[in-house]
Design a protein around this ligand. Structure first.
Ligand code: CAA
Length: 391
């Protein structure tokens, strides 16, 4: 069976410019990533050069302002690009999203010297970025983190362990959240730490169910000395930096999940149209056709919600609540749609001959990263409570 080429549903909401960007991202993802997907998944191999290649085509800095080397196109175009990359490889779409997090942080919280130093390299894909918030004892309760940063003359000295770090050991820049003050969110500050800083080391690389081409690594800081100019914003603002980065990161994870939905729908839809049993294509059995219909509904609904969150952000409106909804709905959709794609394809779907088993394994973690879907529901319910209290 040939690779599915069907485009998503008529995308009335994309104008000519976005359709051109969508096609460019689709072509780039196919030419750069498609060749080694299966082997990289099996061998858990990440190729940094692929990020360089995507970056050369402008895809690593879509929302970063042109002044700092990005395309300056905002988050709606960014979600279009991420969806297309994820249709080929969710691992690399997450890489592009993660290297985008420090860019978003630098644009919003950095000073010009920090932006000049890092943004052009990150936006062009020449450099790789990472975001280091979680710790072995601090996941959903991010404000309980224990890593410390102690002022020493003109420097800060960082100690602690960061867990689940995408690009650990590969990144050129880590945005690290560490404690400069007392317990709780107000004691946290954000720092820029270079990948080759003395005292920075990389311990366990996780062996994962999915996203196997994306490295997830334990990062250890032992007396890592950084100049005071590495502090992002003011001391004690690191938790807000992290939370607002996660707000926008949640839109990107939603977009990656929509890409997974679309890929799974394309492969299983084409299969169901070609596969014949009992004298007819299995898509003509209502049991299968209706499954595909439900998968298409979930995909389109998720896409619209991701676009809404991105549109609100681009318009400068409050988007935290809708970003949490988009992340929640799109990642739950990705899990359901990829699982149903395996079901539609029966035994073939369960084998590595087809990519849908990989899509299903990749989808699972989307319900966990950038805040579990339970955390998203917490964020949404807190917004609801505040609104109803004011009513
Ligand atoms: N933007 C800006 N500031 C925010 C904010 C937001 N979205 N959300 C909260 N804050 C501020 C609050 O205003 C508050 O400050 P003030 O007291 O001055 O008002 C402060 O932060 C504390 O807020 P909360 O009391 O709401 O904090 P909390 O301890 O109850 O935590 C939480 C809230 C939503 C559960 C948060 O801890 C959270 O999001 N947890 C999940 C963490 C997460 O997503 N981790 C993923 C890590 S990255 C990853 O997965 C993968 C990767 O490789 C990138």
């Amino acid at each position: 069976m040939s690779a599915p080429t069907a485009t998503p549903l008529a995308t009335f909401e994309l104008d000519e410019d976005l359709l051109t960007l969508q096609q460019a991202a689709r072509d780039a993802a196919t030419s750069v990533l498609a060749g080694t997907l299966k082997e990289d998944d099996e061998q858990e191999r990440f190729r940094k050069e692929y990020i360089h290649a995507l970056g050369e085509l402008g895809l690593c800095g879509v929302p970063t302002p042109e002044r700092w080397g990005g395309l300056g196109l905002g988050y709606r175009p960014y979600t279009v690009v991420l969806e297309e990359i994820a249709r080929v490889s969710a691992s690399y779409a997450v890489s592009v999203a993660v290297t985008g997090l420090p860019q978003m942080i630098l644009v919003n919280f950095g000073d010009d010297a920090q932006r000049e130093r890092w943004l052009p390299g990150l936006a062009s894909g020449e450099l790789l970025g990472a975001f280091a918030l979680s710790e072995p004892w601090s996941g959903s309760d991010a404000a309980s983190l224990r890593a410390t940063a102690v002022k020493d003359g003109g420097d800060y000295v960082l100690n602690g362990t960061k867990f689940w770090i995408t690009h650990g050991g590969y990144a050129d820049l880590y945005v690290v959240m560490a404690r400069t003050g007392g317990p709780g969110p107000k004691g946290v500050s954000a720092f820029l730490v270079e990948g080759d800083a003395k005292g920075l080391s990389f311990a366990k690389k996780e062996e994962k169910m999915g996203m196997r081409a994306s490295p997830t690594v334990e990062v250890v800081m032992e007396d890592v000395r950084v100049p005071a100019s590495s502090l992002l914003g003011a001391e004690g603002t690191g938790f807000q930096v992290a939370m607002s980065a996660l707000d926008s990161g949640r839109i990107t994870i939603g977009a990656v999940s929509v890409g997974l939905c679309q890929a799974a729908l394309d492969v299983s839809g084409q299969y169901a149209t070609q596969r014949r049993q009992f004298g007819q294509a299995i898509v003509d059995f209502q049991g299968v056709g209706f499954m595909l219909a439900d998968m298409a509904c979930k995909t389109e609904a998720a896409r619209l919600l991701v676009h809404k969150a991105a549109g609100l952000k681009d318009a400068g409106r409050a988007y935290s609540e809708v970003a949490a909804m988009a992340k929640c709905v799109a990642t739950d959709a990705a899990m359901a749609v990829t699982q149903d794609a395996v079901q539609v394809m029966g035994g073939y779907g369960y084998t590595r001959e087809y990519p849908v088993e990989r899509y299903m394994r990749d989808a699972k973690v989307m319900q966990i990263v950038e805040g579990t879907n339970q955390v998203q529901r917490l964020v949404i319910s807190r917004h609801l409570k505040r609104r109803y209290e004011q009513a």
